[in-house]
Design a protein around this ligand. Structure first.
Ligand code: COS
Length: 383
């Protein structure tokens, strides 16, 4: 549901130039240092990239999901570490408040999230609750006039930069997934400790941490939606949108990998000619181009459905699964086309190959997406 094509095109053009002129030239430095320079983050704030999905009423750009994925297709032609800096504010870190927050919660937090003054993190995963998110053990006990949080959250993106976390915690020990509630927790609350960042395979600078809550007080007005027991649903709805977001990120990187592969194949000569002339190389290029296009089409379709009010968790899972597996294949072919050069770090494809591996894991592994898709098929079976 694109509202003003001309305004959107101008924005896409601005993002595309920012990627080409500012982000891509910085990729190697960021991969080396693990730090995205403050002036780049400031420029991202200025462009409105922290608040794409927050409505204009609260100071964001108020993009529809279709518009958001079109921006991500452009933004993620740069190494995905840059997207990670704004990813939680637009995606899983803010959407719990956007989707299920009370009016007071929205007014208090969303303007700061949209401007980028506040970074947000989504704290669902725990040491013993990854794919089995419903098995989480962090507790939120109501004592007097506040909740007291205890527990550990694991691999939480942007936690050290965050001013607020959306935290899923158990308010009813016996309630299963219906005993989970979600909270907005201010990062400077007493009893909050953030660990050092983990060392990872790729996306250096897109940092993940543990958050430890020890008797951390949270006021009842920060219970998202004001009702206990709705937190698992909030998390799942957040992930449904988040999975389409991640799928769009995969398209951006896949397009970049195709560009890198084509450029190299058109320049590199073997047997007296450019390797792009060889049909076995052409097959790899053609497969990568076609699969990227197919994933792009399905994501746009799912995003339009979402904007039309259709909440199809199976479709979100299909986009996430297909796009993340697809970009893995595209990255593998990109390295193959580059030959030995694809294995050395002076070429971007070596880094991007490592960067894309996480897409098949976070916001639900491929295997979780498969179970979501199959469960939806069975639920909708009419016999
Ligand atoms: N939207 C709204 N509600 C949802 C939902 C969705 N997408 N998915 C499930 N629910 C609801 C169900 O309707 C059910 O509600 P009722 O209790 O009212 O019947 C409840 O949540 C429990 O659903 P279900 O029985 O399917 O839960 P499971 O424990 O089997 O878990 C999976 C479902 C595996 C899909 C879930 O745990 C999951 O997504 N795991 C992966 C977690 C993940 O992505 N982690 C990444 C963290 S962010 S990097």
């Amino acid at each position: 549901m694109i509202r003003d094509q001309e305004v959107l095109n101008q924005f896409l053009d601005t993002v595309s130039r920012f990627v080409r002129d500012k982000l891509i030239p910085l990729e190697e430095e960021v991969a080396e240092t693990g730090v995205v320079p403050a002036e780049i983050l400031a420029q991202m704030r200025e462009l409105g990239l922290y608040g794409m999905t927050v409505s204009e009423e609260y100071g964001g750009l108020g993009l529809t999901l279709e518009e958001e994925v079109l921006v991500l297709f452009e933004l993620c032609k740069a190494a995905p570490v840059f997207r990670s800096k704004v990813g939680t504010n637009n995606g899983i870190g803010s959407q719990g408040i956007v989707i299920d927050g009370t009016e007071e919660q929205k007014q208090k937090y969303l303007p700061k999230v949209a401007s980028g003054e506040y970074v947000t993190s989504f704290a669902l995963t725990e040491p013993d609750a990854g794919s089995d998110a419903g098995g989480l053990r962090t507790t939120a006990r109501l004592e007097g006039n506040q909740y007291i949080l205890n527990g550990t959250k694991r691999y939480i993106t942007n936690a050290a930069d965050a001013s607020i976390f959306t935290v899923m915690a158990r308010t009813d020990p016996e309630g299963g997934t219906r005993g989970i509630s979600s909270f907005i927790v201010e990062a400077n609350s007493p009893g909050v400790t953030v660990s050092n960042p983990y060392k990872k395979m790729g996306q250096n600078g897109a940092n993940i941490y543990d958050i430890i809550f020890e008797d951390c007080p949270v006021p009842p007005e920060n219970l998202i939606g004001g009702v206990e027991g709705k937190g698992f649903g909030t998390a799942m709805k957040t992930l449904d949108r988040g999975r389409i977001h991640v799928a769009a990120v995969c398209i951006g990187v896949a397009q970049r990998l195709v560009e890198e592969s084509l450029r190299y194949a058109m320049e590199r000569k073997q047997f007296g000619q450019e390797i792009a002339n060889f049909q076995l190389v052409q097959a790899m290029l053609a497969d990568s181009q076609t699969e990227t296009y197919a994933a792009r089409c399905m994501i746009l379709d799912a995003a339009r459905n979402y904007d039309d009010g259709i909440r199809d968790r199976g479709q979100a899972a299909q986009c996430k699964m297909y796009a993340s597996e697809m970009v893995g294949r595209v990255a593998d072919r990109a390295v193959q086309i580059h030959g030995g050069a694809g294995y050395v770090s002076e070429y971007a494809v070596e880094r991007l190959y490592r960067d894309v591996r996480i897409f098949r894991i976070y916001e639900g592994t491929t295997q979780i997406q498969q179970t979501v898709i199959a469960k939806e098929m069975m639920r909708n079976f009419e016999g």
